[in-house]
Design a protein around this ligand. Structure first.
Ligand code: 3BY
Ligand code: FES
Ligand code: FE
Length: 424
């Protein structure tokens, strides 16, 4: 626990924290930001981990990051190290990255390629399906390798997006319907034939909900994101009540082209409060993608895409991801909490797998706008956290026209916590 955490401890027991949290949610002013404890209390953070991050499907990475047998990447979900690996049959498996001998982390690197998974401590060896193959000759008689395979986590992928779920039983209410649409909407991009071109990992001194809240509104865009606003239009979907007529005309013209080319674009949402959604939105007239001058960042367009003006297909998956899929590259964003006041935001840029750096694309041009935007958002999130920690902070009202995305997010978050705490 760091000093900030100690300053915000309010309870002596977790049970007390749970019932207090339910009480605070019952008394919550609707359409207002949450009480400070939701953003800085370590007990609330622990409950968020147990009730959200250890129960929900989480976005972890893309299938093209692990294109062939033995490719793996690791991801840290709270205190849980997770390993995602492609096996010989092409299946993608997720395991708790902890050895069944004495628990050492198996794969320490962020990504790599292995024939088998060998624990660096005493060399217990597992195959890519998690079966224990070898435990030295030192184990006692009667030791059953069959009982000591890696512990699996739920893992599903669709349209190139890989999700894991650490719950015993994964929620499936609306998730499979979302995955099936994701497959359709991502088909033009042929994710299997893309490659990771750039990646950024940002450590932010802000609660994960502040990172998400900031992303769910563009009220702050005019004041903070000059680079992004070269190309981004602020309207969140085609029914955004703020959208002016010239936007609607622009949208209709682009949508007619997309329809003619068989590019999916209709707004679709799944689950409570639009927690999973996708919609293709046009970018500013005269711009093709999110670069400084709006021209394509990569000469080779993705998959079967012919039209560079595909706008951006926005994919939202609560609690931890938003994404922008364009004609020549796509960008995925992943948020993972570390503590009550710390999060990691990972951004990855993908291009066609045959695109050559320096010939078809320049990495700097590709990533410039979102590097700048991420830095601006990090500052906004960190300053938001600092102000919320003040004894002078009080929950404030969200604008229903500009901040409906946050209202939806918190409706989803608060109802998830309430449902889980009332019926554990
Ligand atoms: O474009 C995004 O990802 C979001 C939406 C509005 C603000 N933010 C930059
Ligand atoms: Fe992995 Fe001993 S902890 S082999
Ligand atoms: Fe922003």
């Amino acid at each position: 626990m760091n000093q900030n955490d100690l300053l915000n401890v309010r309870h002596t027991t977790l049970d007390e924290a749970r019932s207090d949290m339910l009480d605070a949610l019952r008394k919550r002013l609707t359409n207002h930001s949450l009480e400070a404890r939701f953003y800085n209390d370590p007990h609330v953070f622990r409950i968020d981990m147990e009730e959200v991050f250890q129960k929900e499907w989480l976005f972890v990475g893309m299938t093209s990051e692990i294109p062939s047998k033995g490719n793996y990447f690791t991801v840290q979900i709270g205190q849980n190290p997770i390993l995602v690996v492609r096996d010989a049959q092409g299946n993608i498996n997720a395991f708790h990255n902890t050895c069944r001998h004495r628990g050492s982390v198996l794969c320490h690197e962020q990504r790599g390629k292995v024939a088998n998974l060998v624990c660096p401590y005493h060399q217990w060896t597992y195959d890519l399906k998690g079966n224990l193959l070898f435990a030295g000759n030192e184990m006692n008689q009667g030791f059953d390798k069959g009982q000591h395979g890696l512990q699996a986590a739920h893992c599903k992928h669709s349209g190139g997006f890989i999700f894991v779920c650490l719950a015993q039983t994964a929620p499936d209410d609306e998730f499979d319907a979302f995955l099936s649409s994701l497959d359709d909407y991502m088909a033009p991009y042929d994710v299997e034939n893309t490659k990771l071109a750039a990646e950024s990992t940002m450590y932010e001194r802000a609660n994960w909900k502040l990172v998400l809240e900031n992303n769910r509104e563009c009220y702050h865009c005019a004041g903070s994101h000059p680079e992004l606003l070269n190309s981004l239009l602020e309207w969140d979907d085609t029914h955004d009540p703020r959208a002016p007529q010239d936007f609607i005309d622009h949208y209709n013209a682009q949508a007619a082209q997309w329809d003619a080319e068989g590019i999916p674009h209709q707004h679709k949402s799944f689950g409570r409060s639009q927690r999973n959604r996708m919609v293709r939105m046009p970018l500013k007239k005269g711009t093709k993608v999110m670069t400084m001058d709006g021209s394509v960042a990569c000469k080779k367009l993705l998959g079967r895409v012919k039209n560079p003006e595909l706008g951006s297909m926005r994919i939202l998956h609560l609690p931890n991801s938003w994404n922008h899929m364009q004609s020549d590259h796509f960008i995925v964003f992943r948020v993972l909490p570390i503590s009550a006041q710390e999060s990691i935001v990972t951004t990855k840029w993908f291009v066609h797998k045959d695109a050559v750096e320096g010939v078809d694309y320049e990495t700097e041009k590709l990533r410039h706008v979102w590097d700048a935007t991420n830095e601006q958002d990090k500052n906004l999130g960190e300053r938001n956290q600092m102000g919320i920690n003040s004894i002078g902070y009080q929950p404030g009202p969200y604008s229903e026209t500009y901040e409906f995305g946050i209202i939806n997010f918190l409706e989803w978050y608060t109802s998830t916590i309430q449902k889980n705490l009332v019926t554990p």
